[in-house]
Structures are given as C-alpha cells and as structure tokens.
Write a protein that binds this ligand. Structure first.
Ligand SMILES: [Zn+2]
Length: 281
C-alpha cells in the first residue's frame, strides 16, 4: 500500500522520466476508474506532460492546463513502461500512450477495482473535494502550533495519524514506525499528550523523510510494484526492538495490524490481541 514516501519517490522518478513527453492517446480500460467525464480523457492527445507531483498520497500528472488526479487506493500503481500494455492486461485502469512509444500506466494489483482518476483543469485541482478535505502534509512536518492543534483530539493516535483529513500521507505501515520513533502507544489519545509528547510525535515524522532518502539511495529508476518498505517495527512482531531489545508485539484487526514495543511505548503492558476474532471468521 503506497504511503507518502512511496508516492513521493514514484512522482519524483516519473517527473524525471516524463517531463516533456508528448501524449499520443489516452484511454481508460478500467470501467469505473474515471470519476470525471468533462473534459474527456482523449483530450490529452497532443498535450505534453509538464510535471508529475503529489498531494498527500495522491499523484497528480499535469499536462499544461489539464491535470490527472489519481487515487491509488491500496493496490494502485503508477508506472511508465517501454511498451504498450496488452489488451488482455486486466490490471490496466488508465493508459497514457506517448508518441515516443512509452506508456504511463495506472494499474491495480489484485482483483478489486477501487483506484480512481479525475481529469481536471490544472488550476481546479486544489479545489477538488479530495484535496480540499486533506489535512496538512505529514512531511515535511507541519509547524508546531498547527500540529498541536490537529493532534489535540480525543481519538487514538493510530487512527488519528492515518486519517487523511487530519494529516495527509500516513497509512498503516508508517504509522507504526512514527509511533515507535516517538515512543508513544498507538492507543494513547491525541488529547492526552503533554506538550513534550506532542513535540516528540511531530519530530518523529522525520521517518517519512528518511524513507524517501532510503528509496533515493537504493532504488534505481522506478519504484518496483512490491518494493520492500524500510520498516523496523510494522509486521516485525516477535523480533527484538531495534532500540531496546524487547520483543515487538502486535494487535491484529480485521484488515490491518499495529506493532509496538511494549517496553518503550505502553509502559510494559502487552495490549489485548484481537487475533481470536480474526481466526473465528
Ligand atoms: Zn524498544
């Protein structure tokens, strides 16, 4: 599942590879992928890709005065290929064919069709509801007062940090790394933090920047579909905490899990595991 660091490295590499490329044609084999109909997707033909950027976890491909705003959801991937997709490729959602023979492809791994795209006037992107509702970017970290304000809510930190409307870019993997870095329990409420803890949490957002650095140094060209994330805590249950050596624990939910170091994050308490309800399904 791509989160801020993965989308950031994706758009950086696509921007470098695609800026200046001319569109030959554009089509959407994904039946329900386009959420807008005007302007039509084929109006991209003849335009140039001017920039690839992101807001939160949403990539944006700009073509002069038009922009394709994309939501990858959990399984969407945006990559450029040297050759065109076969008509039989069922993963294709949007194909932007370039005059040099390459193809920018929005694909979706797995069987679900949840990724979507909108073709908008470039100057209307920032007004789109999916962008308007986003909180400030998680990286670089918001200013201290802004961050203190958004975190002061009576909600558990784990869902709070993942809620894009409060802070944009963090998902189920990086939230565990951030909370571990800040030595805070995923089940502590935002409104329960003292000012020092708030600042520690804000400072911990640097793990997102570190991850981008890691990808910059280790990935040549584009981010592979299933590039391993440089995670130290998430999905590392049973392993020693890289900082203190205590055993990393997990709490399992129906669709995700959270990992933490009990010695440093929950005052030694091992939280109730909900795995049983998962096994009974
Ligand atoms: Zn530890």
């Amino acid at each position: 599942m791509p989160e801020l660091p993965e989308v950031e490295i994706t758009v950086r590499r696509l921007n470098a590879a695609l800026a200046g490329a001319e569109v030959e044609s554009a089509l959407a084999p994904g039946m329900n992928v386009m959420k807008t109909f005007e302007p039509p997707l084929d109006s991209l033909a003849g335009r140039e890709i001017t920039r690839v950027r992101r807001v939160g976890k949403l990539p944006i491909v700009e073509f002069d005065d038009l922009a394709l705003l994309i939501h990858l959801m959990s399984a969407g991937r945006l990559r450029v290929f040297d050759k065109r997709a076969s008509a039989k490729d069922r993963a294709s959602r949007v194909l932007i064919r370039l005059t040099d023979g390459r193809e920018l492809r929005l694909r979706e791994l797995g069987t679900k069709q949840r990724a979507w795209a909108k073709l908008l006037a470039a100057d209307a992107v920032e007004e789109d509801e999916s962008i308007v509702r986003l909180g400030p970017e998680a990286w670089p970290a918001p200013p201290p007062e802004r961050f203190a304000e958004l975190i002061a809510q009576p909600r558990h930190l784990h869902p709070l940090l993942r809620h894009q409307g409060d802070i944009a870019g963090i998902g189920r993997s990086w939230v565990d790394e951030i909370l571990w870095e800040a030595r805070l329990s995923p089940f502590k409420k935002g409104s329960e933090l003292d000012p020092e803890e708030v600042e520690r949490l804000r400072a911990a957002l640097h793990v997102l920047g570190d991850a981008i650095e890691h990808y910059e140094e280790t990935i040549e060209g584009q981010l592979p579909d299933k590039a391993p994330k440089p995670l130290r805590i998430h999905k590392h249950e049973g392993e020693p905490c890289p900082r203190c050596g205590a055993t990393i624990e997990a709490v399992f939910f129906s669709e995700h899990q959270t990992n933490y170091c009990p010695a440093e994050q929950t005052g030694g308490r091992v939280l109730k595991d909900r795995r049983l309800s998962r096994l009974l399904k």
